[in-house]
Write a protein that binds this ligand. Structure first.
Ligand SMILES: [Zn+2]
Length: 118
């Protein structure tokens, strides 16, 4: 398991969805979740993202109550950033998505057995 995946898995917690980006130097940035119902979705404001544009290689967000399967709004959000990787973090694993020709590809689903046993 890569260090990035380990760090992403630690961001999972119950409550509202958390979200942010990963920069080209590997730094994980958390951004405010501006969704109307942050327990059900995430939304990042352009103004919050602006300082990092050009250095972002991936997005990440947590699914506090469900698996890392894509929601419809996740799908649409990811399509806006086809050059990025997209990570969804659920309680026990990190799901990595990539956009290819407008389709969404699940590249990897990494389980952290230690954490899911807690
Ligand atoms: Zn989601």
């Amino acid at each position: 398991m890569t260090e990035l995946i380990v760090q992403l898995q630690r961001l999972w917690q119950p409550g509202p969805e958390r979200c942010g980006v990963v920069l080209d130097n590997g730094e994980i940035i958390e951004l405010p979740n501006r969704a109307e119902q942050p327990a059900l979705a995430f939304e990042v404001a352009d103004a919050d993202l602006a300082p990092y544009m050009g250095r972002v290689v991936a997005s990440w967000h947590t699914h506090p109550r469900t698996s890392g399967n894509l929601s419809v709004s996740d799908y649409r959000t990811f399509q806006h950033y086809p050059d990025w990787q997209h990570y969804i973090i659920d309680q026990s694993s990190v799901w990595q998505y990539s956009v290819a020709f407008d389709y969404m590809v699940l590249l990897d689903q990494v389980f952290d057995k230690e954490m899911s046993d807690e």
